[in-house]
Every structure is written in C-alpha cells, then in structure tokens.
Ligand binder design. Structure first.
Ligand code: ATP
Length: 281
C-alpha cells in the first residue's frame, strides 16, 4: 500500500496512482436533514426467500460470530457480570463487543426484568448496529432489537435489546433517575469521553446505588472500549477490568511522514486511498 501521507512501504512500480478526492466538509446529511419527529412504524415486510438461501445466510452469520474474539470469552463475561454489578471490558476494535455482548446477555436471561440498553456516541452507529444485531437474531428492527435516536424511535413492546445514543439515555435519566426500564446498561465506546458519556458514568453509578438502597432489582453496568484506560475507569467504578485477547483483523502501524495542519482531511484521503488500492483477499 502506498499513500502520499504514510511512510513505510516503497512505491509500487506500475501501481495505482494516488487518487484525487474531493471531500465535502461541514456536511452531515443526517444533521442537516429536516427535523421529522416520528415513531418509526415497524413494518413486518415478508419477502419470499428460499429456505436454502436462509440456511446458508444463517450459517455464514454463525461462522462469523464464532470467529470473533469475544465469542470465546462469553462465559468469562457472564461470570464476571454475575459476580459484579459493573464490568469493564476492553478488547480490540472489531472483536465483537458491540454486536455480540448484548446477545450473550439476552441469551443469559438478562432481559427478563428490563431492557438491555447499549449507548452509542453517534446516531448512525446506533441505527446500523441495531440493524446488524436484528439480522443476526433473524428478526426485524423494532422487534426484539430496536433503536432510539433523536426524533426516531424504532422499538416496540417486544424490544429487549435497545441501542440508543448517549444523548437519548441522558434525557431519559432526567425523567427516570433510576433507569428502571433497564436491567443492564452497556456504555459502549467509553474511551471517546464525550460530555454525555461522562455524565452517564455518574448517572448509572448513582442509579445502581439508589436501586440497591431501595432494594430494587440491581442495575448491571458494562463499560466497553477498544482503548480505554482500564485502571482509571476501574478506580471510578471500583471494579476490575477484563481484557479480552484476540484480533479480528491484522493491524499494521504506519506513521505520517510529516505534520499536517488538517489531519481530518489527511486521514480521510489516506483512508479512501487504502480502500481503493488494497487488493481484495
Ligand atoms: N453492519 C454490519 N454489517 C456486517 N458486519 C458487521 C456489521 N457490524 C459489525 N459487523 C461485523 O461484526 C464484527 C464485530 O463488530 P463489533 O462492532 O461488534 O466490534 P467491536 O469490538 O464493538 O468494535 P469497535 O470497538 O470498533 O466498536 C465486525 O468485525 C464485523 O465483521
């Protein structure tokens, strides 16, 4: 791979030429879309799909799930959560934290007394991950798996796993300090340390304390991240961290040849360059 911004590899003779990109900045189609508050109708659209196709799709999903590093740590995660009210989980990006842990908890019965809520810093992530987990559980979004982001709610009475943005949970906590709808809250991407997420750390800790005091069902909290300072969070929550080994993808560390004033632009150009020029395996 040869990038105009990265140093390590030599230029490939005859390799693809650097690609020119025009990257629009300060444009976010979702942020700029007209505000449209709605309760998403959960359509149960049924397409006739051949049973053979369904079986092979199911098999490939199961194969992918089993290949994820988190898959082998299922028992360890469940044991830790059984013994502690708060668990910190750190593992490499792509290892399956966001998509698999909620399913482990569902299968272990954690959704019997409340929902499993998973926060995401961004609405796009909340929506796409909800779609993915619904697909893995062979269901439709809005049924067992749903999402709630600002101005859009795709959940129903049946929803057990709910993906939501930090902001939405923060708003809910104003009305319901004890977060009684939830049996488990997973605070994902904790390392991002957004203001909303930082406030939620305090809110979930308070909710746990208050629920214990009032002898209500315990609120379990899982904090996950790929790069979290586990000791730091461990001190705050007074619990130990779990590091899950294993990588889904090989990682090659490369460095910028020089400093760049607009590093976001440089990162995007490099990213698209890698995408265009790396051969498919
Ligand atoms: N929308 C999707 N479509 C297809 N595959 C997906 C999708 N989302 C995730 N995956 C697959 O699931 C795997 C696990 O992803 P997941 O988001 O659970 O990992 P993660 O450990 O939470 O990563 P990160 O720390 O980057 O959030 C990915 O490696 C990818 O193969």
């Amino acid at each position: 791979m040869d990038s105009k911004y990265l140093a390590t590899s030599k230029r490939d003779a005859g390799g693809p030429s650097p690609v020119k990109f025009s990257i629009k900045r300060k444009h976010d189609s979702i942020a700029n879309s007209p505000i449209n508050e709605k309760k998403t109708h959960v359509a149960q659209i049924k397409h006739p799909v051949s049973p053979v196709l369904l079986t092979s799709k199911r098999a490939s999903i199961e194969q992918l799930q089993k290949s994820l590093p988190v898959y082998n740590c299922r028992q360890r995660i469940l044991k830790e959560l059984e013994l502690n009210d708060t668990v910190l989980i750190m593992s490499e990006t792509g290892s399956g934290k966001t998509t698999q842990i909620p399913q482990f908890l569902l299968q272990a019965g954690y959704a019997k007394s409340g929902m499993i809520g998973i926060t995401q810093p961004r609405r796009v992530a909340a929506i796409t991950v909800a779609r993915r987990v619904a697909q893995e559980l062979s269901g439709n979004v809005g049924d067992t798996v749903g999402y709630t982001v600002r101005f859009e709610d795709a959940t129903s009475q049946n929803t057990k796993i709910r993906f939501l943005t930090d902001g939405v949970l923060l708003r809910e906590s104003i009305k319901d300090r004890l977060l009684l709808k939830y049996s488990v809250i997973i605070l994902d991407e904790a390392h991002e340390r957004t203001v909303n997420a930082d406030l939620l750390f305090g809110i979930v800790k308070d909710a746990q304390k208050e629920r214990r005091k009032q002898r209500l069902a315990n609120l379990k909290v899982v904090v996950t991240s790929a790069t979290m300072d586990i000791d730091h969070f461990g001190k705050y929550f007074n619990c130990k961290g779990l590091y899950l080994e294993g990588r889904t993808y090989p990682v090659r560390v490369m460095h910028a040849k020089e400093e760049h004033e607009d590093y976001v632009h440089t990162v995007l150009v490099t990213l698209f360059h890698i995408h265009r020029t790396t051969p498919r395996k």
